[in-house]
Design a protein around this ligand. Structure first.
Ligand code: GLP
Length: 243
C-alpha cells in the first residue's frame, strides 16, 4: 500500500495528494465515491489533520474532489477538456458524443458603442446582433454565450430560431459565413448571481471567461464572450517553442 515517505523532500501534503490521485486514476476511488474521512486518512498515513486538510483542499480547488457540507468529500466527475480551437459549441459537443442544447436568453439588435465598434472593426452606431444563449450538453448547463455579430453579415438573422441550433451552422448555410481565423483571450472570474443561477453554480462560483474574435475572410464576424463553468471545464492546447 502506498505510504508517506518522511525523508522525502516532497511535502507530505503533496505526497498524500499524489496517493489520492492514484486511487482516483486507478478507480479504487471511483467517480461519486466518498473519500475516507480526515480522521481515517490521518490514521492510515500517520499525518496531522492540518496536512490531510491541505491535501484535500488542493484537490478540491483543482476540481478533482468536491465537498458536500454535512455529507463528506467525494470524487468529482472529470472536467470537459476544451481544446483551444475555432470550433462551434455544437460541433465540439457532438464530437464528444454529447447532445448540444441552446436556449435563447436575449436577442436584439443594438447600435455599436465605440468600444464594440473597435473590437468588431466597424463604425460606431452600426447595427449589431446581440445573441445571449445558455448552452447545455446532455441537458446540463455549461456556458452562457454572448455573441455580437454585425448585422451586415447576417441581415435577417433575428428572424431565425436558434433554440437547440448551431449559430455557426446557420451563418454558414444561410449567409455563407465560415469562420476561418480567431483570436482568444481567457480570464478567470466569479459568476455574477444571475449567471450562477443559470449555470447551476453556487453563488460566487468560479467561471472561465473566453472572449473570442472570430474572422471570416479577414473581417471580424463575431465577438463572442463565453462564460464557462470552471468546475466543468479545463482548457487544453498544444505548446510549441517560439520560432
Ligand atoms: C463557440 C464560440 C462562440 C460561438 C459558438 C457557436 O462556443 N466560443 O463564440 O458563438 O461557438 O456555437 P454554435 O454554432 O453551436 O451555436
Amino acid at each position: 500500500m502506498a505510504h508517506i515517505d518522511p525523508d522525502s523532500p516532497v511535502p507530505k501534503y503533496f505526497q498524500l495528494r499524489e496517493i489520492l490521485l492514484d486511487l482516483i486514476d486507478s478507480d479504487e476511488l471511483s467517480i461519486g465515491a466518498a473519500i475516507p474521512s480526515e480522521r481515517e486518512l490521518c490514521q492510515r498515513f500517520g499525518l496531522s489533520r492540518m496536512t490531510v486538510r491541505q491535501a484535500v483542499d488542493h484537490l478540491v480547488s483543482e476540481g478533482r474532489l468536491h465537498r458536500v457540507p454535512g455529507k463528506g468529500t467525494f470524487v468529482a466527475r472529470p472536467k470537459i477538456e476544451l481544446a483551444l480551437q475555432l470550433t462551434s459549441f455544437t460541433d465540439d459537443m457532438r464530437a464528444r458524443g454529447m447532445i448540444p442544447g441552446s436556449r435563447d436568453l436575449d436577442r436584439r439588435i443594438v447600435r455599436a458603442s465605440a468600444h464594440l465598434a473597435k473590437e468588431l472593426g466597424i463604425q460606431p452606431g452600426e447595427e449589431v446582433h446581440f445573441i445571449e444563449r445558455l448552452r447545455t450538453a446532455d441537458g446540463e448547463p455549461l456556458s452562457i454565450e454572448r455573441a455580437h455579430i454585425p448585422v451586415k453579415f447576417a441581415p435577417d438573422l433575428a428572424s431565425h430560431d436558434l433554440s437547440d441550433k448551431s449559430l455557426y451552422g446557420l451563418l454558414e448555410s444561410r449567409y455563407g459565413l465560415v469562420m476561418d481565423a480567431g483570436e482568444l483571450t481567457i480570464d478567470g472570474g466569479i459568476a455574477d448571481p444571475s449567471d450562477a443561477d443559470l449555470l447551476k453554480l453556487p453563488r460566487g462560483g468560479a467561471v472561465l471567461l473566453l472572449q473570442r474574435r472570430s474572422f471570416s475572410g479577414g473581417a471580424c464576424a463575431e465577438l463572442g464572450v463565453s462564460t464557462y463553468r470552471a468546475d466543468r471545464y479545463q482548457l487544453r492546447t498544444i505548446l510549441e517553442m517560439p520560432a
